[in-house]
Every structure is written in structure tokens, then in C-alpha cells.
Ligand binder design. Structure first.
Ligand code: PLP
Length: 456
């Protein structure tokens, strides 16, 4: 399968190139040139399949041309070493708990898959890295991405990871998730802010000498290998609700999926699932106060804004990067030679996706409602999803919201709101017991470069 850029100013590339490059040279996002629908027989029996079996079928539709079946099966099965249960919250609302992975957030799925795919492409026989040896992943983080990427890549052969994070600006629990790992993961504690970390990474990608000596890549969420595998669990959610409601139940034609959204990678994967035949009736994108997408739905104009800090901070995004993919998908980008403008896809988008937006007080209220009405503890992100279903479901519809992180990841916020203690799951506790190992780093590029060169 070939991958084209949403900006249409760059050549089409193979899967391995799209994964290794991340962003297209014209700054567009890579899209698969076709989407293969899955056969009816798959949906007829989906309720009897495991997460891994379902994911493998979905993965074959995207990656089957490029990766031999046995290798792909191994990558998929090794990625999904944890369950993603659908939990009944009330008769109309279900929660897809995406927080049972190593860092207790949904980004584990994409990060683990991408790590294994990169490692596969990095095999010496493939010749991709030539004499430069290991692939070197650089990632700047304000907290959550670093933990998912570092844990996703931990111990994966052929890959070294350097995480840059701003000293004193991430919570202890976040910091511990990428500074206690060792092995192929190095954490640099930068004397600066997140933007300094990001600048250091960007300068490294542009530095001629570093690129001659290293095979550098990024692992951010625009990478096709991080966002596409997120489609897996939409199918698994459907399988579980079909099993719970029983084959033939009319509500199965009225499934609404609600996604707490920031950069819109997660919901974008669900939309790909829909294009592959997943019987979801409609989607709701739930925003916090950073409601650029909500405003776009209302006005057809896309107006990025400066980011505003909220208690659902992983959704604090003022210019969602995957918006371009959604516009492309609905503007039927596969068949267009030109970049598609947001206005041109608006009508089609509005037919399938509606929006919601909640400020911090409303998010707190949603967390209290989920607990008092349904006995369910949401994290601040999942709470946006829960509330949008509570507000927006029509009679006869059944809703699934994506619970994107474990409430214990936002322990202080959640406890202050609901007035109860939140137990820390063992996976998180293990990080807390680990010993922090970091190297201090200035915000000067020359120092960062010298550090990298010294590691050769
Ligand atoms: C990253 C993240 C989101 C937003 O997901 P997008 O794919 O960027 O829309 C929501 N909730 C949590 C907990 C996250 O970490």
C-alpha cells in the first residue's frame, strides 16, 4: 500500500518510509491510498473473537500488503498484551476502558505497535538504516507522550529512545514512568520548558552531522503506525457490545461512539473503522475548553487558537494535528490530487460527527454525576466523553465512550472532585517504586548535540 500526503505536495511513499519519516516533506500527514472494507462474515462472528484476533484482521487490511502474515500477527499479538474491556455504566452508556496497558492510557496501543513496526523495519536485512545501526527515536514530552513512547519501545531490539522533558514541569507519577526504565531508554531533564525540549528535537532533525551519523526519527502521534492501530479497539468495543446485548438486538444499529479528543488521532482511527464497515451509527467528538473542532462543526471555519490549560490536560490542543486527516477522509482525499479545504468537507463531517465542549467546572460536574448516578469513576478526559453521551444520546441509541486514562493518573484532581480516594493500580505503583535515572541537560542545542555524539 502506498501512503500519500494530505498536502499533496510530496511523493507517495511505502509504509516503511511513512513510518520512519513520520511527517511528509511537505508537512502533510500520511494517509493510506485505499481503505479495505472488511467482509460481512467478519462482523457476523466478531462477538466470538478475541481482541488479538480482531486486531489481526484489521491490521491485515492496512498492513497486509507490506508485512508477511506471520510477522504481522506477531507484532499485533505482542502489542496487545492487555485487555480493553467494555464496562456497562448504565443501561444506555458503556465505557471502553483503554487504561489497562503499561502506562494506563490509550496511547499504549499506538506506541507499542509503532515500536514493534519500527523494529521490524529496522532489521539489517531490510537495509533501511544502513551502517548507522540502531534507529534513534527522539521525543519531547510534557508528560504523557513520553511515558507511552518510552514504555512502548522499552527493550525493543534495534531502537534507542531519548526522552527530553522540562525539569520540574511534569508530575512525579508521569516522570517516574519514563525515568525509571533504563535499558534502551535515556531520559534528559532539560533546564527549560516544554517548548525548549521540542526545539532541541526539531533542531536535531535538521542537523546535517547528526543525520549523517544517526538514524533519527520521532514517535509523535501523527505517525501512521501510532494512529492506525487505534482502530483495533473500536472493532473490539463493537464485538463486546454485540455479545452483551445479544445478536439481533435493535440497539446494535444505533451505536454511538464518543471520543474525548485533543489531537484527534484517536477519533480519526475510529472513523477509519467506520469506512471499513464498522457498524457505528455516529460519533461524538468531546472537547474541553479547547473547542476548535466544536466551533468548526458549528461554523464550517477552522480557526486554531492558543492552547488553554484545563484539568483534562492531554486534550489541551489548540490546533489539532489530525484534523487534516479527517478533512481528507471526508473530502474523499483518496481521489483528489489537491489538498482539501476544511469548508469543503464540512457537510460530510457533520453527517457523521457531532461535537460537545466542557469547561473545567462542567468536567468536575460530569465526574460527580458519573459517580453519583452510576457509581463509576471517570478521569477528567473520560468524563467529557461520559457527559457528551448523557447530554446527547437519543432514545433507542446506546453509547460507548472511550475512557482514555486511568483516574489514578490524575489522582489529585479526581480525589478533590469526588471526595474519595482513588487506588493506584499495580502497574503505576511499580513505577513509583522505581529509581529515577536522568541526565541533566541545558537548553542549548550544542550541548544536546554533544551528548548525542558522545553516545556513539
Ligand atoms: C492523548 C490523550 C487524549 C486525546 O487523544 P487524541 O488522539 O489526541 O485526540 C485524550 N485523553 C487522554 C488521557 C490522552 O492521553
Amino acid at each position: 500500500m502506498k501512503y500519500y500526503s494530505t498536502n499533496r505536495q510530496a511523493p507517495e511513499v511505502s509504509l516503511s518510509e511513512a513510518v520512519i519519516k513520520g511527517l511528509a516533506p511537505d508537512k502533510g500527514l500520511y494517509m493510506p491510498e485505499s481503505i479495505h472494507p472488511l467482509p460481512q462474515s467478519f462482523f457476523d462472528h466478531i462477538q466470538d473473537m478475541t481482541l488479538q484476533e480482531i486486531a489481526f484482521e484489521v491490521a491485515k487490511a492496512f498492513f497486509g500488503d507490506d508485512i508477511p502474515e506471520n510477522d504481522l500477527r506477531h507484532i499485533v499479538y505482542d502489542t496487545l498484551q492487555f485487555d480493553i474491556p467494555l464496562v456497562k455504566v448504565n443501561p444506555q452508556i458503556y465505557s471502553l476502558e483503554l487504561y489497562h496497558g503499561p502506562t494506563c492510557a490509550f496511547k499504549d496501543v499506538g506506541a507499542r505497535f509503532m515500536a514493534r513496526l519500527l523494529s521490524y523495519f529496522a532489521k539489517p536485512a531490510d537495509g533501511n538504516t544502513g551502517s548507522k545501526g540502531n534507529i534513534h527515536v527522539l521525543v519531547a514530552t510534557s508528560g504523557d507522550t513520553g511515558s507511552a513512547v518510552a514504555n512502548g519501545f522499552l527493550g525493543v531490539p534495534g531502537i534507542d529512545v531519548t526522552v527530553l522533558y522540562p525539569q520540574g514541569k511534569v508530575s512525579e507519577i508521569q516522570e517516574k514512568q519514563f525515568t525509571t526504565l533504563g535499558q534502551n531508554i535515556t531520559a534528559l531533564e532539560v533546564d527549560g520548558v516544554f517548548d525548549d525540549c521540542q526545539r532541541l528535537v526539531k533542531e536535531a532533525f535538521m542537523d546535517k552531522e547528526l543525520n549523517e551519523k544517526f538514524f533519527l526519527t520521532s514517535a509523535n502521534s501523527i505517525n501512521v503506525a501510532r494512529f492506525l492501530p487505534q482502530a483495533f479497539y473500536y472493532f473490539y468495543a463493537y464485538a463486546q457490545i454485540k455479545k452483551m446485548l445479544g445478536d439481533g438486538n435493535a440497539a446494535l444499529d444505533n451505536v454511538v461512539v464518543c471520543v474525548p479528543s485533543g489531537n484527534f488521532g484517536n477519533i480519526c482511527a475510529g472513523l477509519f473503522g467506520k469506512m471499513m464497515g464498522l457498524p457505528v451509527k455516529r460519533f461524538i467528538a468531546s472537547n474541553n475548553a479547547n473547542d476548535i473542532f466544536f466551533q468548526y462543526l458549528a461554523s464550517s471555519h477552522y480557526n486554531p487558537r492558543a492552547t488553554q490549560a484545563t484539568i483534562a490536560n492531554a486534550m489541551d490542543v489548540g490546533d489539532p494535528s489530525n484534523f487534516a486527516r479527517i478533512v481528507n477522509l471526508f473530502g474523499d482525499g483518496q481521489h483528489k490530487a489537491e489538498k482539501i479545504q476544511p469548508e469543503d468537507a464540512h457537510e460530510a463531517i457533520c453527517q457523521l460527527i457531532s461535537g460537545a465542549t466542557y469547561n473545567d467546572d462542567q468536567i468536575r460536574e460530569a465526574m460527580r454525576l458519573a459517580l453519583s448516578a452510576d457509581g463509576y469513576v471517570c478521569d477528567p478526559h473520560g468524563a467529557c466523553g461520559y457527559q457528551a453521551l448523557a447530554d446527547g444520546l437519543q432514545p433507542g441509541e446506546v453509547g460507548i465512550f472511550l475512557e482514555t486514562a486511568h483516574p489514578a493518573k490524575f489522582k489529585d484532581t479526581v480525589e478533590a472532585v469526588i471526595g474519595q480516594t482513588v487506588a493506584i493500580p499495580e502497574t503505576l505503583q511499580r513505577f513509583m517504586n522505581g529509581k529515577k535515572q536522568t541526565l541533566p541537560m541545558t537548553k542549548e542545542f550544542a550541548d544536546f548535540k554533544a551528548h548525542l555524539l558522545a553516545s556513539l
